[in-house]
Design a protein around this ligand. Structure first.
Ligand code: URA
Length: 464
């Protein structure tokens, strides 16, 4: 009897190498026991395979490519007999190359059923995973809990890296946890089922496992196992709004920023539509949508973060203290504000009430994403040669991903649509600097950045 120990539940390469060697040595499937490292299910009396003798180099055989494709997916099934089934199929395919076409064959039927079950589970994961924001501001992180039927986390992770490329996230599961930092995906061991976090405990669980240096303030009670009931998440309003837009149930997997295709480049129609936007919850507390303003043929589009208190009340962008700072800097840089289109990445004021004051809150990634279709439609309506992103929120919207200001600041950057982008600080940052010297210095740098925009404006025909 040969004992094959694979390194993990999803060790396809290990299975493939072992299966090939076993088949070349004509080891009957009935004489092989498959298991996974760390499992205590090795039948007593069995030890790992005595090494198979070397294979003559010319020995080889081929199996249909389709079988390899099936095996790659079927191996993710939780049935512990899958390794044996796949080897049995491989063994039989050597003699009957067309075996997979015989759908009534029990082994073929079983492998197909496994593949379908794995695919369904992957689809379910793509549909129901709902991220919650568990960090704040610069440290924002998004986490979700999911309990898969099969070993699909690594298989499905690339989907989430593409769909949520611009936000750092973790998907916690009992098998393995997947993490995305905006650049690379990594995996850590799973979290015990009994620790399955209720939606409001997700942050605790995440911190306990991945930020052990941060003290916990609350006890995490063991919870009864509960499947992935979609929690009331911020995505729901986005989806229902998309539904309203598309006139039907939107596929929940569809990209939010694709929820709406530019219908017309009429700015007034856009403004009117945006006035009723419910794509994220910010509309509830804000006075009104503050849409962009400026000439239809502007060469330059300035993008801020979100309207502030004054803008929310007035309904116009950059009319408060940050706007005054911006006007001054534009003038010094030689840019005529009347000739630029001024807008914000997020079009509703986000704040928390503090007595009589409404305290500005930075919009989070989901809110920026929810509002991005408006930015995209403004860009296509105005068709500017240059987009100036002022601050981190604007940069995230313009580039579609988290973009550090320091690294990108003060130079023209090519955007995929052929336009140029310029990244600089937000004028409110200058207002907040406590040190007068630093304020002067930073203001000069801000004006210098805007001079780059002035130079481009002067060179373009529309500047006249
Ligand atoms: N800050 C912004 O980002 N936009 C405004 O309109 C006002 C302040």
């Amino acid at each position: 009897m040969q004992l094959i120990i694979l390194t993990s539940e999803t060790d396809f390469d290990g299975w493939r190498t072992a299966a090939r060697a076993l088949a070349l040595h004509r080891v009957d499937p009935a004489d092989v026991t498959w298991t996974v490292q760390g499992q205590n299910q090795v039948p007593s009396g069995l030890s790992e395979a005595s090494h198979l003798p070397p294979i003559e180099t010319e020995s080889t055989f081929s199996v249909p490519v389709h079988f390899i494709e099936l095996a790659r997916v079927a191996i993710l099934h939780r049935d512990e007999d899958r390794f044996a089934l796949l080897y049995r199929l491989l063994w039989r395919l050597k003699a009957d190359h067309d075996l997979l076409a015989t759908m009534t064959d029990p082994d073929v039927a079983q492998v197909n059923a496994m593949v379908n079950a794995v695919r369904r589970d992957a689809q379910r994961m793509r549909d129901v995973v709902r991220f919650r924001e568990i960090g704040r501001e610069q440290k924002a992180h998004y986490a979700a809990w999911f309990a898969p039927e099969h070993h699909i986390v690594e298989f499905t992770a690339p989907f989430f890296t593409r769909r949520f490329a611009d936000m750092p996230w973790s998907i916690l599961t009992p098998d393995v946890c997947a993490h995305w930092d905006g650049h690379a995906v990594s995996f850590t061991p799973g979290i015990n089922q009994v620790e399955m976090p209720a939606p409001n405990k997700l942050e605790e669980t995440w911190r306990r496992h991945f930020q052990p240096d941060r003290p916990l303030t609350l006890q995490d009670e063991p919870r009864k196992r509960r499947r992935n009931l979609p929690e009331a998440s911020i995505l729901e309003p986005l989806l229902s709004d998309a539904e309203r837009w598309t006139g039907g149930r939107m596929n929940p997997r569809a990209e939010i920023s694709m929820a709406r295709k530019p219908a017309a480049d009429d700015l007034e129609a856009l403004r009117e539509e945006a006035a009723h936007c419910r794509a994220c919850p910010l509309w509830k507390d804000a006075t009104q949508t503050v849409f962009g303003e400026g000439p239809r043929n502007a060469t330059i589009m300035l993008v801020g973060e979100q309207p502030g208190d004054k803008e929310d009340l007035a309904g116009h962008p950059f009319v408060g203290p940050a706007g005054q700072m911006l006007d001054r800097a534009l003038e010094e840089a030689g840019v005529d504000r009347k000739k630029v289109y001024v807008t914000n990445a997020v079009k509703h004021f986000k704040f928390v009430p503090r007595g009589k004051i409404r305290l500005h809150q930075k919009p989070n990634t989901l809110e920026i994403r929810a509002c991005r279709p408006w930015y995209e439609r403004e860009v296509s309506a105005i068709d500017p040669a240059l987009v100036v992103a002022m601050g981190a929120t604007a940069a995230q919207s313009v580039f579609g991903k988290i973009t550090p200001i320091g690294k990108s600041r003060g130079r023209l950057i090519d955007l995929p649509d052929g336009r140029k982008a310029l990244v600089t600080v937000h004028p409110s940052y200058l207002l907040r600097l406590p040190d007068e010297e630093a304020k002067k210095l930073e203001y000069r740098r801000f004006v210098d950045d805007l001079k780059i925009a002035a130079g481009l404006q002067a060179k373009t025909p529309r500047a006249a």
